[in-house]
Design a protein around this ligand. Structure first.
Ligand SMILES: Cc1cc2nc3c(=O)[nH]c(=O)nc-3n(C[C@H](O)[C@H](O)[C@H](O)COP(=O)(O)OP(=O)(O)OC[C@H]3O[C@@H](n4cnc5c(N)ncnc54)[C@H](O)[C@@H]3O)c2cc1C
Length: 286
């Protein structure tokens, strides 16, 4: 065990947020696949692990008519198995299925993936494409933020002290919006993405009427790419339009070189993956 670290399992939101607000070293424990790895490796100092697994406010996947609500404690395995996710948000299910390996997916939660705030977080690009909002609750009360305002930098979020993510709220997309999720990693499983991409396109009368492109792992936070989206709207999904959009998507990317890949390789992969996602969507639409 982690010597000197307390473990508590609050049964109410007030208790959980109070513990987090009043103890500088208190950390939320959800699935533990990031936090326990970091703590055991000595990369994170933790005075108290606040296990939130007993809080009912963080659980469930619900169809609320105009939106889908996903509790922060929902694991990747549960997302993959959810009827409502597969029916309404298939791009999110694809991203959940791509994460880690089945042992990790059984533990890893959507809330933990967002709060860990890795630039390559699997859930970032699909939630940006689905225009999700994050529900927060804490000592200062409840609030809601668009996902685009939640990520602040590597490992940094908009969470205030004593605040928890309770769930993710996703407006139901128009039935015509098709979403593809693609990623590039060094291995087929058990590896975080070098680059990950979600693309959504809705066609009408042969041209794009809505286009959404989001990138992960090529900037401090995942982000949408309006320049590529504008190229796709009002035009057919032809080879030349796809190529133009894929090249356009590279403009705002600012990847870094690290032990896993060079910046140049990541940039080249943005073009490849956006093109691949758009080809997939074009083939599905015929
Ligand atoms: C072998 C392995 C493979 C992996 N592969 C991938 C991969 O392919 N893609 C990928 O994106 N990630 C991957 N990861 C990282 C990790 O599994 C995910 O980020 C996962 O979703 C984290 O969820 P968790 O529930 O385990 O979070 P935890 O480790 O419990 O928590 C992560 C962080 O979020 C905070 N937190 C958790 N829940 C909340 C909440 N509700 N409110 C406020 N703060 C909260 C915690 O305090 C902590 O700072 C991998 C990890 C391992 C060990």
């Amino acid at each position: 065990m982690l010597s000197g670290t307390e473990y508590v399992r609050p049964s109410t939101m007030d208790e959980a947020s109070g513990l987090l607000a009043n103890d500088e070293g208190a950390v939320v424990l959800a699935g533990g696949t990031d936090v326990l790895v970091a703590a055991f490796a000595g990369r994170m100092s933790v005075s108290t692990l606040v296990d939130v697994s007993s809080l009912p406010e963080l659980k469930g996947v619900e169809d609320w008519g105009d939106c889908v609500w996903i509790g922060a404690l929902t694991t990747m395995t549960k997302l993959c198995a959810s009827d409502v996710v597969n029916r309404v948000l298939p791009g999110l299910g694809s991203a959940a299925a791509a994460m880690g390996c089945w042992q990790v997916r059984n533990r890893a939660t959507i809330g933990g993936n967002l709060c860990n705030a890795s630039p390559s977080a699997e859930m970032g690009p699909p939630l940006l494409v689905y225009e999700a909002a994050v529900d927060l609750d804490g000592v200062g009360g409840k609030r809601r933020l668009p996902i685009s305002e939640f990520f602040k930098g590597p490992g940094e979020t908009a969470l205030a002290k004593g605040e928890l993510v309770t769930g993710i709220r996703i407006p139901k997309p128009d039935a015509g919006l098709r979403v593809a999720y693609v990623r590039r990693a060094l291995r087929r499983s058990m590896d975080i993405p070098l680059v990950n991409v979600a693309v959504g396109v809705q066609m009408g009368d042969g041209v794009g009427v809505d286009a959404r492109v989001a990138l992960g792992a090529v900037a401090p936070v995942p982000f949408r790419v309006p320049v590529a989206e504008e190229i796709l709207v009002g035009r057919p999904l032809t080879d030349s339009v796809i190529q133009e959009a894929a090249e356009g998507a590279c403009c705002p990317a600012r990847p870094i070189t690290d032990v896993r890949a060079t910046a140049e390789y990541r940039l080249a992969m943005v073009e490849v993956l956006v093109r691949r996602a758009l080809i997939q969507l074009a083939e599905e639409s015929v």
